[in-house]
Design a protein around this ligand. Structure first.
Ligand SMILES: *Cc1c(COP(=O)(O)O)cnc(C)c1O
Length: 390
């Protein structure tokens, strides 16, 4: 189906941050399959583990105990300080489950007849009917009315507006946001805002649900982006980077939320299968063994500094923002044409929210590779900004 606008290259194999197309051309991958390939391409430790697992068991269903689920859940619980995990296959699925938890918590715990979820401007939560309804982008919603009801929307980083909306909407049972908005243009929820939301949720007995599908799993220089604010969510959907390329999603819950779904309330055929769990276990173990979380923070600082130094004062450059290896470069005008120019220059990245060049390199990026990303990207942006506007 014609659902994607694709660049005209086909990638055949990769190693670390390098990928090669079917014509033998080499690229530096600064996108990682949209924040998915945490360990880069063909990481030897992950490859060996997956080969071993494929030869043992790929899938069994959730009719039986799956010890690798226990193992990955224990690791996610230890890293997050939360208590329980449900495994699924993708980001929207994790978010869909979180929204079900918000509704059922509203009914069971708060006694609400029609619980609502507070969501934010600029949000992206996925493309199922519920998650696209929670999303703020009209392009994602166009053509799919009627949307799923039960959402109230607030501006990001405006605690007073959130409190006013909650006062006006006593049916809200949960506040749901990306700790750092990804598709919306790399817009971080500020530390004080996150801390304020935590206080508001505690005071009003609401669930704080942080979508860390893109910003979680070490990318920002902490295991989870909300750890920069020193708070904990009640519900945290994860996916993208968790399996380093193998589809796996998770809903990680704290004590307020972990008992809401009970037997028969929720399920998935593929979720938590041994292959996906092995990918998750091995991804986290490799990150830990190689110190990749702190490394991502250092590489991100280095890359952002290089980008800021190169673009400082250039007309049409707005700002570089992000945390760790989740970086947006905002320009003053739409810059989708840069994608093909990147391909021509041997550099893969994305453009989101029309005007934001987005970089999400693998966490294994070296200093030399980070410098090379900046060296290939800066001339493209400067040439673009120097062109007369159409
Ligand atoms: C990518 C993304 C999703 C959707 O994940 P899929 O795996 O594509 O369904 C949801 N939330 C955020 C923050 C994302 O970046």
């Amino acid at each position: 189906m014609p659902t994607y606008g694709r660049l005209p290259i086909a990638l055949s194999h990769g190693r670390g941050l390098r990928v090669w197309d079917t014509e033998g051309r080499e690229y530096l991958d600064a996108l990682s399959g949209i924040a998915v390939n945490t360990l880069g391409h063909a990481h030897p430790r992950l490859v060996a583990a997956l080969q071993d697992q494929v030869g043992k068991l790929i899938h069994t269903s959730n009719y039986y105990l799956v010890p690798l689920q226990e193992q990955l859940a224990a690791k996610l619980v230890a890293l997050s300080g939360l208590t329980n995990v449900f495994f699924c296959n993708s980001g929207l699925e994790a978010n869909e489950g979180a929204l079900k938890i918000a509704r059922k918590y509203g009914h069971d715990v708060l006694g609400l007849a029609e619980p609502q979820t507070l969501v934010f401007e600029g949000a992206f939560h996925g493309r199922s009917l519920a998650t696209l309804s929670a999303t703020a982008n009209p392009k994602v919603q166009a053509g799919f009315a009627p949307l799923v009801p039960g959402f109230v929307r607030a501006p990001l980083n405006d605690l007073a507006a959130v409190e006013a909306l909650l006062d006006a909407n006593p049916n809200v049972s949960a506040i749901f946001l990306e700790t750092i908005q990804g598709e919306g243009g790399i817009n971080p929820a500020r530390v004080e805002f996150l801390q304020g939301l935590r206080r508001v949720c505690d005071a009003r007995k609401l669930l704080l649900m942080l979508d860390e599908v893109q910003c979680g799993i070490g990318r920002t220089g902490k295991w989870f982006a909300h750890q920069w604010a020193g708070i904990q969510p009640d519900v945290m959907p994860l996916a993208k980077g968790l399996g380093s390329g193998v589809p796996v999603g998770a809903i990680v819950c704290g004590p307020k939320a972990s008992g809401v779904l009970t037997a028969g309330n929720h399920g998935t055929t593929f979720g938590g299968n041994p292959l996906a769990m092995r990918a998750g276990v091995e991804t986290l173990a490799t990150m830990e063994a190689d110190g990749l979380v702190a490394h991502a923070g250092r590489m991100g600082d280095r890359l952002m500094a290089a980008l800021r130094a190169g673009l400082q004062g250039v007309p049409g450059f707005v700002e570089v923002r992000g945390q760790g290896l989740m970086i947006g470069i905002e320009l003053a005008r739409p810059c989708g044409v840069l994608l093909q120019r990147g391909v021509d220059a041997g550099l893969l990245f994305s453009v989101t929210a029309d005007r934001v060049v987005r970089l999400l390199p693998a966490l294994v990026a070296t200093e030399a590779e980070v410098d090379e990303i900046a060296a290939r990207l800066l001339p493209l942006i400067m040439a673009f900004l120097a062109e007369p506007q159409a």
